[in-house]
Each structure stands twice: as structure tokens, then as C-alpha cells.
Design a binder for this molecule. Structure first.
Ligand SMILES: *Cc1c(COP(=O)(O)O)cnc(C)c1O
Length: 395
């Protein structure tokens, strides 16, 4: 599609067509520009490009055509004005912190965020004299009480990992804006197909593209999405300090975006079936999946998401031994902490992703020894159920 089109395309069209610029060769698939720098016809053109008088590529730490295609496509899906790609999801979160926080500022972060996000704020961001508080993502009063005049950023991951708790994004956006603060949402679990935080009032959306945007476990990457004014700051930080996305990875993610909608719908539909089935198994104590009507976040998730995603957590009767038995008796589900892949993955959060937490912190986060997290892949859903049932029936 031409960038000049003023037609309003649907999400599935944007995912496949946005941002594609062809080289003079006329290739059909998006080209990978594996080049660190760009050359000019003459010194005057170089000078114009460097001064900004003329737009164009200079160096791939700043801009690269393949990376730009990915950025345009993701921004279009998210309904954002601009996206900046980064080398990983953590680099995207650090870019937000470094772009919008300074000494004396205060951040409120939901407690149940990705483990490295906690360390990023608690260990590194605090070094710059920024104070950080962690609160329960579902407790609006806790957010309100944590706000101080210096609060500049609210950071949330919703749904949470692994218990699928849901934050009220609109309410948090109102709270942030009443205090002249920004709201950033880590949307890696939902992707723009299932949730569009900017439309709910969030200012920034961050991604680990490593998860569902790729969807096939091939490449590390991340992105920040938002309006031109905010993203100019993020772009300046990334081009100066260097956590830029590689052109090859950008190409992988471009291909990932093309099938994202189909994949997210299939992940969600299989996860729903599996969650409902787990709910009926006598050895399962509790299932955590917002698509179940008895899940505490169901109504809110139904309001702000268009699907419930592919992550299902469940607690088996018994302790670690029972959970490990279920995991060890699978035949094809991958035992790994990664998620968002066409391949189903299974993990025991208490001894892997949340293994570093103290016993009290695990208790507070609801990470029991009997808890298992499943990232539902795109294998046949009955085969996935049979693979989990094998161990469950032995308990
Ligand atoms: C994986 C993940 C991250 C970190 O992303 P990387 O690409 O591994 O750096 C951040 N947030 C969430 C929700 C994640 O799942």
C-alpha cells in the first residue's frame, strides 16, 4: 500500500501491508538491509543528510530501512503515531526509563512484572536517584496512595504473569494524567491484536518482540510505541546509546506481524479450551486464566481486551513433586521459561522464572509450589491436553 493512502485499513491488512518500501529491484518480500552505514553521491548530499536538511539514512544505529518497516507496521497496528525498535524487550523498558526519568523523580511499578523489569528499576534506575515503589496491579487505592508530586511514570504489565491479574488501564491513565505522569504498559502478552493500551489512555506501550510478535522463538527484540513527541525522546536515547534493533531481527518480526492476528486468535481459542478442561480435572486446584468467568479479572479483561491470550497457569493438588511430575510426563511440550511461541511451553514458576524471590515474596505474589505455567502453542489442542493429562492422571 502506498504511504499516501488515506484509506482506513483493517488490522489484518495493516499487519501485512504497512511500511513496506521496495528497493529499485522491485522485490515482493521486504528486503533486509544488512548494512551498518549508507553512502552519498557527493559531499553536499552527505552534509545535507548529517545536518538533517535532507531526510535519509546515515548509520544503522540511528535508522535502517528494514527496522523502519517494522516500526511503521507495529505503530499502525497499535494505533500509535510512531514506534522505536530496540535490541530486546528489556532495552525498550530501559529506553522508557532513561528517556523520561531524572534524579528526584518517582516511579510506581506493578509488583507482578517480568523479573528483569523489577531488577531494572530496583537495581539500576535507582542508581540515578529515582525512587521506585511496587504496588499490587489490581489495587487502585494502592496506586493512588503511592502517588507523590515527584511521580513521573506508572509502569504496568497487564495481564500479569503468571496469574493473569488485570489492571484497569483507563483508571491508571486517569491517575497518571491527573499527576502529570506518564502511563507505560508492557503489552507483550496481549500484543495489539488483543489489547491496544494507547486507545485506553496509556501514553507508551512497550514490547518484548521476542515473544508473540515473533511467535516462533527466533529473535530477540523490543519496541516502544506512542506519540511523536514522546517517541522523539525515545529515538534520541536509542540512537545515542545504541540498543538498536538489528535489521535481520526486524525482518523476522515483520514476518511475525503478518501472521500475528491469526496466531493470537488461535492461541486464545486453544488456551480457553485448555483452561476449561483443566478446571474439570480432579487433580487441579485452581486455574488462572482471565477467559474463565470465575477469574477475578474476567469482566475487566473482557472490557479492555478482545481476547484472553495464550497463557494459562494452574495449581495442582500437592506441592513441588506433583507439579514436576506433570511437567516431566509431557512428551512434546517444551520445558522452558520462554513463552509466546507456536510451540507450547511449560514451566514451574516457583523454581524457574520466580526462583530468585524469597519465600515471603513468592507467597505475596501467589507463586505456590504446585503452580504450573503453560504457554499454549498452536499444536492440535487435543494433543496438548493429552500431554498435560498424562502427568495429572498420575497424581
Ligand atoms: C520477556 C519479557 C520481557 C523482556 O523481554 P526480552 O526481549 O527478553 O528482553 C519484558 N516483559 C515481558 C512481559 C516479557 O515477557
Amino acid at each position: 500500500m502506498s504511504q499516501q493512502d488515506d484509506i482506513e485499513y483493517q488490522l489484518d491488512t495493516l499487519a501485512i501491508r504497512t511500511g513496506h518500501t521496495r528497493s529499485f529491484e522491485g522485490e515482493h518480500s521486504e528486503p533486509i538491509y544488512l548494512t551498518s552505514s549508507f553512502v552519498y553521491e557527493n559531499a553536499a548530499e552527505a552534509a545535507a543528510k548529517f545536518s538533517g536538511a535532507e531526510s535519509g539514512n546515515i548509520y544503522s544505529r540511528f535508522t535502517n530501512p528494514t527496522v523502519a518497516m517494522f516500526e511503521k507496521r507495529l505503530a499502525a497496528l497499535e494505533g500509535g503515531e510512531r514506534a522505536v525498535a530496540t535490541s530486546s524487550g528489556m532495552a525498550a523498558i530501559m529506553a522508557v526509563a532513561m528517556s523520561f526519568l531524572k534524579t528526584g523523580d518517582h516511579v510506581i511499578c506493578s509488583r507482578a512484572v517480568f523479573g528483569s523489569t523489577v531488577s531494572l528499576f530496583e537495581k539500576y534506575v535507582v542508581k540515578f536517584g529515582v525512587a521506585v515503589d511496587f504496588v499490587d496491579l489490581t489495587d487502585l487505592d494502592a496506586w493512588k496512595n503511592a502517588v507523590r508530586p515527584e511521580t513521573k511514570l506508572l509502569f504496568v504489565e497487564s495481564p500479569s504473569n503468571p496469574l493473569a491479574e488485570i489492571a484497569d488501564i483507563q483508571a491508571l491513565a486517569d491517575l497518571a494524567h491527573a499527576n502529570d505522569a506518564l502511563l507505560a504498559i508492557d503489552n507483550s502478552f496481549c500484543t495489539p491484536i488483543l489489547q491496544q493500551p494507547l486507545k485506553l489512555g496509556a501514553d507508551l506501550v512497550v514490547y518484548s518482540a521476542t515473544k508473540y510478535l515473533d511467535g516462533q522463538g527466533r529473535a530477540l527484540g523490543g519496541a516502544v510505541v506512542g506519540n511523536h513527541k514522546l517517541l522523539e525522546e525515545v529515538f534520541a536515547y536509542v540512537r545515542t546509546t545504541g540498543p538498536s534493533m538489528s535489521p535481520f531481527n526486524a525482518w523476522v518480526f515483520l514476518k511475525g506481524l503478518e501472521t500475528l492476528s491469526l496466531r493470537m486468535k488461535a492461541h486464545s481459542s486453544s488456551a480457553q479450551k485448555i483452561a476449561e478442561w483443566l478446571n474439570t480435572h480432579p487433580q487441579v486446584k485452581k486455574v488462572y486464566f482471565a477467559g474463565l468467568v470465575d477469574h477475578i479479572g474476567h469482566a475487566l479483561a473482557a472490557k479492555q481486551q478482545t481476547g484472553f491470550g495464550g497463557i494459562v497457569a494452574f495449581e495442582v493438588k500437592g506441592e513441588r513433586e506433583s507439579a514436576w511430575k506433570v511437567i516431566d510426563n509431557t512428551k512434546f511440550i517444551s520445558i522452558t521459561g520462554n513463552l509466546g511461541d507456536v510451540k507450547s511451553t511449560i514451566t514451574h514458576p516457583a523454581t524457574t522464572t520466580h526462583g530468585k524471590l524469597s519465600a515471603e515474596a513468592k507467597l505475596a505474589a501467589g507463586i505456590g509450589e504446585g503452580l504450573i505455567r503453560l504457554s499454549v502453542g498452536l499444536e492440535d489442542v487435543d494433543d496438548i491436553i493429552a500431554d498435560i493429562k498424562r502427568g495429572l492422571d498420575l497424581l
